[in-house]
Design a protein around this ligand. Structure first.
Ligand code: FDA
Length: 325
């Protein structure tokens, strides 16, 4: 009896910790404080190093190459979001362009992933559209796909609107949908009318109305996936949930020509390696850059025991993760 109540207390504490981290992730003032305090930034960046390839494009490309040599496909993101200044949005778009060009020159066909609010959505949707289409044209030259990430639900409509316009002209531009949102089954109808890849995730953001991690969420995830597969859409099963992946494999979803598993760098490398060894198509999502604050908090919130690894990494440093794949 005592053990049971202790267990419930522990579960409640984990849930509270996850919620607090997700809410801190939305605090622009906390993010700026960390970014502008050199000592704090230096210490916390040691925890971030577990999940990001490094701060520079070169570090991103080196890690991508290591993973590709081991037989993984890669998605690369120059990390950032909510850029409030048009010139900074332009600089972010330029960085993505240089990334695509360098990967192209090196003969590395990586997928490029991005947040629309990093390249203009927070300033003006037209700016995001302009940058997205410029990047899409360059990516096409190099035979690369672009996949747009999905951000907080206040932005969902704006992101879908820019996506639909870009997708009408660029079939290699895809979109991410979050299974946790009530609206997603309707959004899927819209994006199935576009040719691009659909990446299905559970959803990282703290939302007022969303389906919590549960069997119901997994059932929703599988329903969305099933609709994509039946429509013959290119799809990324983006999760580290072993049970979900097993069910997808049992249903034969992984046999589709344009279906793949996509997992975040630094999370369950053991699972990625086992799936890869078993012949599954596995893509690792890799980020680089200095704006890792929100990303780090989400990775810890998703799995609160990561608080322990984060503290250990801050003290002893996290070694590069690519050797674990
Ligand atoms: P869930 O959270 O239920 O975890 C299942 C199991 O996986 C856990 O029990 C644990 O074993 C393991 N696990 C999960 N997260 C872990 C972690 N951080 N550390 C250690 N183990 C962990 N979200 C979003 O809102 N918008 C987006 O655009 C994207 N983009 C995106 C791309 C890709 C390629 C992936 C894989 C994920 C995203 N996400 C995202 C994040 C996504 O919404 C979700 O928060 C995480 O994938 C964690 O959810 P799972 O599906 O892994 O399941």
């Amino acid at each position: 009896m005592l053990n049971e109540s202790w267990l419930h207390e522990a579960v409640r504490n984990e849930a509270k910790c996850a919620e607090a981290l997700r809410s801190a992730a939305r605090r622009q003032d906390v993010k700026l404080y960390v970014e502008q305090s050199p000592e704090i930034y230096r210490i916390v960046s040691r925890a971030a190093a577990r999940y990001i390839a490094g701060e520079t494009r070169q570090e991103g490309i080196v890690t991508a190459r290591q993973l590709m040599e081991k037989g993984y496909a890669v998605s690369l993101e120059y990390i950032g979001e909510n850029t409030a200044d048009a010139e900074e949005c332009k600089q972010a778009a330029l960085e993505f362009m240089q990334l695509i060009q360098e990967l192209g020159r090196a003969g590395m066909t990586s997928r490029i992933s991005l947040d629309l609010s990093h390249i203009g959505l927070a300033v003006d949707p037209e700016l995001a559209y302009l940058h997205l289409t410029q990047l899409a044209e360059l990516a096409q030259l190099h035979g690369m796909e672009l996949v747009i990430s999905m951000e907080e639900s206040e932005k969902t409509e704006g992101i879908l609107a820019v996506y639909e316009r870009a997708a009408a002209e660029h079939s290699h531009v895809g979109i991410t949908l979050q299974a946790q949102l009530e609206r997603t089954p309707h959004d899927l109808e819209r994006v199935l009318a576009c040719p691009g890849r659909i990446r299905i995730v559970k959803g990282a953001y703290l939302e007022d109305e969303s389906i919590p991690r549960s069997d119901a969420l997994n059932a929703r995830y599988l329903e969305l996936l099933d609709r994509c597969i039946r429509a013959g859409q290119p799809v990324s099963i983006a999760t580290h949930d072993e049970r979900l992946i097993r069910t997808a494999a049992e249903r034969g979803y992984l046999k589709g020509p344009q279906v793949e598993l996509e997992m975040l760098y630094g999370i369950r490398p053991d699972l990625a390696a086992n799936l890869r060894a078993a012949g599954a198509p596995v893509r690792i999502y890799l980020t680089y850059g200095s704006e890792w604050f929100l990303y780090l908090l989400h990775r810890i919130a998703e799995y609160p025991p990561n608080v322990y690894t984060a503290i250990t990494d801050m003290i002893t440093g996290a070694a590069g993760r690519s050797a674990l794949y």
